[in-house]
Design a protein around this ligand. Structure first.
Ligand SMILES: Nc1ncnc2c1ncn2[C@@H]1O[C@H](COP(=O)(O)OP(=O)(O)OP(=O)(O)O)[C@@H](O)[C@H]1O
Ligand SMILES: [Mg+2]
Length: 166
């Protein structure tokens, strides 16, 4: 039993380290967030840049704690994947900024089809619901709304703000 348990633990550790980007392991997630999200945005541009332009506006130099950084990275991954799968957008923008008052704001917005009734959409898959749970776990909430409420294609804007010290 003892031997089996040790094997199992090694397997799980190996799996977790494969899921965790190497650069983040070396530097700490918060330190390398700019590079990691930059890579994510670049990889989508490399694959789909002809149809959709992905951009990053990373406007903060504050130290972002690892748990907040990991959440922001995971939220960005899901938001970008959703924009590719569902939005048929021409532009997708990932933004990060701090308010100078101990909070960092994250958003991803696209100019695609939008989701209409967001409570219905939350039940269609696990992505948005999981994003909301990740935000809740850090005492924040996930805002879901149109990116361009004024007219034309509504697009989608997902946003959350996180305290840097809790
Ligand atoms: N950027 C977007 N533009 C338009 N519709 C969207 C967008 N993001 C999500 N949706 C809609 O909201 C629904 C729920 O999204 P969610 O991420 O929860 O599930 P999913 O992407 O369908 O499946 P998964 O569980 O694999 O993430 C989608 O099925 C889609 O209809
Ligand atoms: Mg999804």
């Amino acid at each position: 039993m003892d031997g089996q348990c040790q094997h199992l633990q090694q397997d799980i550790r190996g799996l977790l380290s494969r899921l965790h980007p190497a650069e983040a392991r070396a530097a700490g997630f918060g330190v390398s967030l700019r590079g990691l999200i930059g890579d994510l945005v670049r990889s989508w541009n490399d694959r789909l840049g002809e149809q959709t332009r992905f951009a990053l506006r990373f406007e903060t130099n504050v130290d972002i704690p690892d748990d907040v950084a990991l959440t922001i990275y995971r939220l960005s991954q899901e938001a970008l994947t959703n924009s590719v799968r569902h939005a048929r957008a021409a532009n997708v923008l990932v933004s990060l900024a701090d308010d100078g008052n101990g909070r960092v704001s994250w958003s991803v917005e696209d100019d695609g089809t939008g989701i209409g009734d967001d409570s219905g959409s939350l039940q269609l898959g696990n992505g948005l619901a999981g994003m909301r749970e990740r935000a809740w776990a850090l005492g924040s909430d996930l805002e879901i709304g149109p990116a361009q409420p004024a007219g034309g294609r509504p697009g989608l804007r997902l946003a959350a703000a996180f305290l840097l010290a809790r």
